[in-house]
Design a protein around this ligand. Structure first.
Ligand code: GAL
Ligand code: CA
Length: 357
């Protein structure tokens, strides 16, 4: 059932031909256990890949050795908890947890506390009372409400600028459907709430035709959208999606139902994954909100190193209340999509990973 995804990132430092330096002896190994709620999730796999790349970079630059053991929780809290037990048994210096079940945090924090191993949660946010159980439990993520607000602003701006195109039935009311992430996930709850709140606070009248949980998945969202197209057809003016994969699923359903690319409803997502950026460029996805996977990976890595080396985490990352590291979101539309793309392409370590060097 379990699959160990990877990877010992213990690359030897290469010789510098210019200085003729001898191979540097590794003084220190940092052992890190990382467990993902579901490795095949598009955003999570981008974040995990970024973390691996940055760990390689850190090894190269600082001449330390990082043993990053990354596991897939396969969507099962029981499986994930067992992985955490193993990380603690193996003597990891730090563990990083992308929880399957947000409500399982307290037990896991207590285990880490007992073993005196600092724990960094990311992307799936435990409740504050759980994080408060121990002062060496941290969370790295982005403000869910902010993603919703920015998505709402994106749609509000488009509605103001081209309501004659978006308001298909010309009644002055924005008819929408909402594709939600997993029930109970902070990003599903708050993105849903704040996207719509932003529109209504901007004075736009909205009407919800349908909503349902597509659990972040393209296939599930496509099934839901197919049903909604059968029931509401042309009445659907805007598709709000809590993430990009589901937004792409909605677009798949429209195209499969025979809609042309020019005749799609106004579809918006969150994440700015690679396939979503392609769709923004193509004009099928009208916009998304950049969920900074690279920034999150970078903060996680800085925290790992500080904690493992006994440095003050406050000096390594911007730490709110001694516990939280927050990354900002930005809106992505056709106008700025190339900036986001080139930013990613510029990542220096990408090449090394691709060639396996
Ligand atoms: C969200 C992201 C989703 C999904 C989810 C998993 O932040 O937008 O696409 O990856 O996290 O927890
Ligand atoms: Ca309308």
């Amino acid at each position: 059932m379990r699959r160990e995804i990877a990877l010992l990132l213990g690359l030897a430092l290469t010789l510098s031909p210019l200085t003729g330096c001898v191979r540097e002896r590794r003084e220190r190994t940092i052992r890190v256990g990382v467990t993902l709620y579901q490795q095949e999730d598009t955003f999570i796999s981008a974040l995990a890949q970024s973390l691996q790349q940055k760990a390689l970079e850190e090894e190269r630059i600082r001449g330390i050795k990082m043993n990053l053991s990354m596991m897939d929780g396969w969507g099962s809290q029981a499986v994930q908890t067992e992985q955490i037990d193993r990380f603690l048994d193996k003597g990891c210096d730090v563990i990083c947890v992308n929880l399957v079940d947000r409500t399982a945090a307290s037990t896991i924090i207590d285990k880490a506390h007992a073993a005196q191993v600092p724990i960094i949660f990311f992307n799936r946010e435990p409740i504050r009372e759980d994080l408060d159980r121990w002062d060496r439990a941290y969370y790295v993520g982005s403000h869910a409400a902010q993603a919703g607000e920015l998505q709402g602003e994106l749609v509000a701006r488009a509605w103001r600028e081209s309501s004659e195109r978006m308001d298909r039935n010309g009644d002055g009311v924005l008819q929408y459907v909402m594709l939600e992430g997993e029930p109970g996930h902070q990003d599903a709850l708050l993105r849903t709430e704040y996207s719509i709140k932003t529109l209504t606070e901007a004075g736009i009248t909205v009407e919800k035709l349908a909503n349902d949980a597509g659990d972040w998945q393209r296939g599930k969202a496509s099934v839901l959208m197919t049903q909604w197209l059968q029931t509401y057809g042309d009445q659907i003016e805007v598709v709000f999606s809590n993430n990009d994969d589901m937004a792409l699923g909605a677009i798949d359903a429209c195209l499969e139902a025979g809609r042309s690319k020019e005749d799609l409803p106004f579809v918006v997502g969150v994440d700015a994954t690679r396939p979503a950026l392609e769709a923004v460029r193509e004009g099928t996805l009208q916009g998304t909100v950049h969920n900074d996977a690279d920034g999150q990976a970078e903060s996680i890595l800085s925290l790992i190193c500080a904690l493992a080396e006994g440095r003050e985490p406050e000096k390594a990352v911007l730490l709110e209340g001694g516990t939280y590291v927050w990354l900002n979101h930005t809106v992505v539309t056709r106008e700025n999509v190339d900036e986001i793309r080139s930013e990613r392409r510029a990542a220096p370590i990408l090449k090394a990973l691709e060639t396996g060097k």
